[in-house]
Write a protein that binds this ligand. Sequence first.
Ligand SMILES: Cc1ncc(COP(=O)(O)O)c(C=O)c1O
Length: 461
Amino acid sequence: MLESTRCATTYLFLALRFCPGRGVCLSTLPEKRATHGPRFCPGCGVCLWQAKILEGTAPDIMPLPSEPAMPKVYLDNSSTSWPKPPGVIRAVTEYLEDVGCNLNRTGFATTCVLNKRTREARGRLARLFNYPDPQHVVLTPSITTSLNMVIKGLFKRGDHVLVSGMEHNAVTRPLFQMRRRGLSFDMIPCFGNGELDPDDLAPLIRPNTRAVITIHGSNVCGTILPIKQMGRVAREHDLLFIVDSAQTAGILQLDMVAQHIDILCFTAHKGLLAAPGVGGLIIPPSLARRIEPLVAGGTGVLSELDDMPDDLPMRLEAGTPNLMGYYGLCAALRWLARVGTNRIHTREIELYTQLLSGLQSIRGLRIHGTQNPSTSLAVLAITTPGLDIGQVAYRLDRKHQVITRCGLHCAPYANRTIGTWPSGTIRLSPGYFTKKSELTYALSALEESLYYVHSTMGQSR
Ligand SMILES: Cc1ncc(COP(=O)(O)O)c(C=O)c1O
């Protein structure tokens, strides 16, 4: 087997045609170096194991020598859920095969069919999040788009907002952009396990504070934030409360009324179990009118207006929508309504508990997060003191077909909070469809990978 003659470093090295640091073509390097697999790029000294590769931004990945076929164990549901529930693929195909037309821009009968399905999706989302009016459910291409719309559309020079210390770049990057336009923001400090004390919020409020924006569940280590209590503090101080539910929608109860949420941003492709390419936000019209739409264009109706229409959802939905995505979302929401959030959450707790106790029994690991199923999503973040997490995750993937995600998970500030900056963590995130036997397999694969990386240490230099 190739495995016995070439170390994992070589595989990684072969996988990169260009050094992520400089863009130097690695295949032009002498064979000897390539075979020994330098840990650092000889061109510029960038560590080849580092997050650039692992976050998937390496410019070109060459095919690797394949291992014997083995079913993949998918533990990356925090990135995107997989597999999808029965009916989702069929619904996407139904749109492509049988409908195929554009919403509000085609024949009357088809427009009616499309409108019916889109209305159903909005209605189901409004019900799921306990919001009274489905017309205020705006569908976007992603939650990143939704958060950008809100952050860039709602605040102005001189405003101040508060965010948790666990945010994703989908919140912090637009905020940093807005900072250059005169917005200021502070982070509410969180504990090393990602938890936040809602009492820490009020002392940070200033006269010009306008909003609290928070993640509901951490995509880095799974910690669930106390949004109901945070929402109450925001309400008491007359601040907007904006929630990023990317990791929790479909898994935890979200109730916009009881949790005092003014704007809820969501994505379809994670816990809502639909295909990538659809996100959204639920926003009352009084706030939507204050937002200058980030994107303006065709709505299919009211074309005589020079500006985007005032009415929701149109005001924030310019351009041709992702209709096959809407069909898939509708099917996923039907399935979710049948199964129920409680059952999904219960299943995730079971998987979390099994994975946590397995990880706790492996020597040489550090587990991050609360390590408590009542305060965590089924997301487990680990580091491997003394061993490079990139090598471990690589071995898990290439040798054992266990798919995890390694690095900062687009959340540098959350990693600072939990003490895993700058390398990040290996994240294992099972989903509703993960089998317990798959977790058992993944745990032994992890043990083997730790052993392997430990035993080959030094060979790559
Ligand atoms: C908490 C959180 N917010 C926002 C996002 C961004 O999601 P998307 O890339 O689908 O827009 C993610 C994705 O991982 C996330 O986990």
